[in-house]
Ligand binder design. Structure first.
Ligand code: CA
Length: 543
């Protein structure tokens, strides 16, 4: 053991350890770390490794991973598909990381990234909500709710110690990406049924973050005074990536609206966030049918190039961000002039050439390169903003187009090889897309209890829920050719809806997918079969 006299202090420290060995001799080195102290590191070592041999530690890790990955069992695909699936599930479950440690008395303690103190309770780090609100946290809420309950407890401490919820915790606050998507993380967990932590305090944190600028632009809401006054963050007031900010704030307001309803908050509070969640409309430019930056005087930014990355948007262009209306796709359909035009616009994403304008960045960023390599037109799956887009065909009654593109992306953009990922893994989000899409559904709008149906990849999948119940997804005819779903049964009954409800799945369910090689739907849809949209909810309330 290295003595305590061996200390070094700097922003980045490293250590090189060497051993004099004979040929064939093996060295087993035990290493532990702590954010708190050397003594705590030794405690962590005792707790996690103790006197166990290398083999025993390896076996214990293997058994733990098998148990955790085994929560979802797939069968019937190719070996390569199974390798890809479990590689993706593994990567999804890698983040976020526990920041808290266990002291000598057995209490949970953590080093606070906000004040440097050692304080009681949980905390996590190593996630960027801009990425992970989309599918990673929803996957935790479905399959691994216990760990997200711990994460919610940790968020309470983040708020108490730092004054804001983090948006990119590495750990604490980092000035990375945009949005106020902690609202989605908190709201989705509660709406999916997680309980046993201080949700009232977290709700208070959401309201605080939604109405204040934080200590840096990525925390709280940069440009909030403009947003709350004008209904958008203007293009010409020196706030970067303003259209993307507006669209995400509007969705985040929806997440707050949902939680406000669930917590029986006062009507005027619910109404305020219901109103604000419609702010996406302020950036819809009817002349191009796209989202576009808008100046403080109400004029759209000009000139406007929908292929321009960055600028009004974040690591993407208007072709990627026009779909960032997770909570009100029907409202977007109406703005675009109806379902046909909406579907045609979605089609254009794939049929356009992968052209780009990188002048905002002064050169090609890797996300642009990944869009070109993917060779699916403007569809940039290597980055997050567009990852829900394929599922939007369902809102316009064209699910077969979703089925087609889901399978294309599953096949072409993920492989179990060193270069098998289509972009940044981004804290597990890009893998969470693969996991959900393989199951046959996807959380287009977290903070609702719905998943939008797609088409499963395997002939059979079993999800072992934490209370011992199961969700069984059968698709016996599934194959490389039979990639379209023509009919669905839920618990042996015909099922016409284009979404699944989380609350139904949690009761345990058997879902039978009939798969075909051509897009031949046996179902007829009524309006109530389409996934959730805020506009439809409001129409129903008025009726
Ligand atoms: Ca990314």
């Amino acid at each position: 053991m290295v003595g305590k006299q061996e200390e070094s202090t700097s922003n980045h420290s490293g250590i090189v350890v060497g051993f004099k060995t004979k040929k064939g001799e093996q060295v087993h080195l035990k290493v532990a770390s702590s954010f708190i102290s050397q003594d705590q590191a030794e405690l962590n070592l005792q707790l996690e490794v103790g006197n166990s041999s290398f083999e025993a530690v390896r076996n214990s890790a293997e058994s733990h991973w098998n148990q955790t990955l085994g929560k979802i069992e797939v069968s019937g695909g190719t070996e390569e598909q199974k390798q890809t699936f479990y590689s993706c599930l593994y990567r999804t479950l890698f983040f976020p990381n526990k920041l808290y440690e266990i002291d000598a008395a057995g209490n949970e303690i953590h080093w606070s990234p906000y004040n440097g103190k050692v304080l009681p309770g949980k905390m996590f780090g190593g996630t960027g909500f801009w990425d992970t609100f989309r599918a990673l946290y929803p996957l935790l809420n479905l399959v691994y709710p216990e760990i997200n309950k711990e994460m919610q407890e940790g968020l309470v401490n983040d708020y108490l110690e730092g004054g804001f919820l983090p948006e990119w915790s590495s750990p604490g606050y980092a000035d990375i990406m945009i949005g106020n998507n902690s609202a989605s993380i908190v709201s989705d967990a509660y709406i999916k049924g997680l309980r046993g932590y201080d949700i009232e305090k977290l709700y208070e944190a959401l309201l605080h973050g939604a109405n204040n600028e934080g200590p840096m632009s990525a925390v709280g809401r940069f440009g909030v005074a403009y947003y709350n006054k004008l209904g958008y963050v203007p293009y010409d007031v020196k706030i970067n990536e303003n259209a993307a900010r507006t669209l995400e704030y509007a969705y985040d307001d929806f997440a707050i609206y949902q939680l406000a309803k669930a917590l029986n908050r006062p009507k005027e509070e619910i109404d305020l966030y219901a109103k604000r969640c419609q702010n996406y409309r302020n950036l819809f430019d009817a002349s191009t049918g796209m989202m576009r930056g808008k100046n403080a005087d109400g004029q759209f930014q000009s000139p406007f190039n929908p292929f321009k990355w960055g600028d009004a948007f974040t690591e993407g262009n208007s072709w990627h961000y026009t779909w960032s209306v997770f909570h009100d796709v029907q409202g977007l359909i109406d703005l675009m002039g109806g379902k046909e035009r909406f579907v045609s616009k979605l089609d254009s994403v794939f049929s356009l050439p992968p052209v780009y304008d990188d002048s905002y960045y002064g050169g090609m960023i890797h996300e642009i390169k990944e869009m070109q390599i993917a060779n699916m037109g403007q569809y940039a799956h290597g980055n997050q903003p567009i990852q829900h887009m394929i599922y939007l065909y369902n809102y316009a009654g064209a699910p077969a187009k979703s089925h087609y593109w889901i399978r294309e992306v599953l096949n072409r953009l993920y492989k179990p090889t060193p270069d098998g990922y289509c972009g940044d893994e981004d804290n597990g989000q890009t893998s969470a897309w693969y996991v959900f899409s393989s199951l046959g559904f996807y959380p287009v709008c977290p903070a609702t209890d719905e998943y939008v149906l797609g088409a499963p990849l395997f002939q059979k999948t079993v999800i072992h829920l934490s209370d011992g119940k199961q969700v069984v997804l059968n698709a016996p005819q599934n194959s490389a050719q039979n990639k379209y779903v023509s009919a669905v049964k839920m618990n042996a009954k015909e099922y016409s809806k284009l979404f699944l409800k989380h609350s139904e799945l949690m009761k345990g369910a058997v879902i039978d997918f009939k798969m075909t090689s051509t897009p031949a739907l046996e179902r007829k849809f009524s309006e109530s079969d389409f996934p959730y949209s805020f506009s439809n909810e409001q129409k129903a309330v008025k009726k």
